[in-house]
Design a protein around this ligand. Structure first.
Ligand code: HEC
Ligand code: HEC
Ligand code: HEC
Ligand code: HEC
Length: 153
């Protein structure tokens, strides 16, 4: 009886010690030996995603180098309600790299470009926010900017 009890107790004791060692080993591995996967990769991934978002500037930033256009635009009656990048495209990369041809803002002088906002289409005609014209009948043979200067309008 006694012997059997002793063996049982010892078995339980060693079993317990074994479990403690294994658990300590796992904890030691996870916190001290294994490479810190989560932090570096998640952070890198977040940086890459953030850099993909379009980076806008602002008219005030543009004005540092294009003061002439800025001062006409800010005084303009109508187009001062939209900003430079609505017409010239997203501009932060250009602000940071002003001489880099890859990031040059676009200049579009086509009638179709002005039509993006001004072409007469039924739902737009009913709202008074933006005046519309029929591109095929409103002075069709000329460029819009011959009569309406974009920065002064
Ligand atoms: C740090 C100075 C700087 C800032 C800020 C800047 N630009 Fe420029 N921008 C330049 C330079 C330099 C050129 C190239 C001029 C050239 O090659 O004739 C240029 C060219 C341009 C052009 C093309 C001109 C052409 O003739 O093709 C446009 C449009 C333009 N910028 C708009 C903007 C807008 C909009 C902003 C604000 C979002 C802006 N720029 C901010 C310096 C700047
Ligand atoms: C309604 C659209 C529109 C807005 C808003 C606008 N531009 Fe322009 N921008 C144009 C067009 C169109 C041209 C080409 C004009 C031309 O060829 O005569 C141009 C030309 C330019 C040029 C080339 C030099 C020149 O004067 O021809 C620069 C630089 C420029 N814009 C900067 C700006 C800046 C800075 C702002 C904001 C303060 C701005 N633009 C706002 C449409 C716009
Ligand atoms: C991103 C949209 C947008 C683009 C692109 C745009 N405009 Fe406008 N335009 C507006 C808005 C908004 C108004 C009205 C602003 C207000 O009344 O305060 C306006 C007003 C005008 C007006 C005055 C209309 C009136 O009430 O008498 C003229 C003219 C005009 N734009 C011509 C042009 C020309 C020409 C171009 C192309 C170079 C152009 N617009 C490109 C948004 C745009
Ligand atoms: C030959 C000169 C000329 C050309 C080219 C021209 N317009 Fe006009 N536009 C005018 C005149 C003149 C008016 C009437 C002015 C007014 O009533 O204030 C006008 C009026 C407008 C209006 C105001 C309409 C309203 O209901 O009050 C808009 C918007 C406009 N034009 C946009 C454009 C666009 C966009 C283009 C190019 C697709 C363009 N225009 C080409 C001369 C021109």
């Amino acid at each position: 009886m006694n012997d059997e009890g002793d063996i049982k107790k010892k078995a339980i004791f060693f079993g317990f010690v074994l479990v403690v060692f294994v658990a300590a080993g796992i904890i030691f591995y996870v916190f001290y030996l294994s490479p810190p996967i989560e932090k570096t990769y998640v952070q890198k991934w977040m940086e890459i995603e953030a850099s993909r978002l379009p980076q806008y500037g602002s008219p005030e930033l543009c004005s540092k180098c294009h003061f002439e256009q800025y001062s006409l635009w800010i005084e303009s009656e109508h187009h001062s309600s939209i900003q430079c990048e609505n017409c010239h495209g997203i501009g932060m990369k250009h602000i940071e790299n002003p001489y880099d041809g890859n990031y040059m803002p676009r200049i579009d002088t086509s009638r179709e470009f002005c039509g993006i906002c001004h072409e007469s289409i039924p739902p737009r005609d009913e709202s008074s926010a933006i005046k519309t014209v029929n591109l095929s009948t409103h002075n069709p043979e000329y460029s819009c900017i011959l009569c309406h200067l974009p920065h002064r309008t």
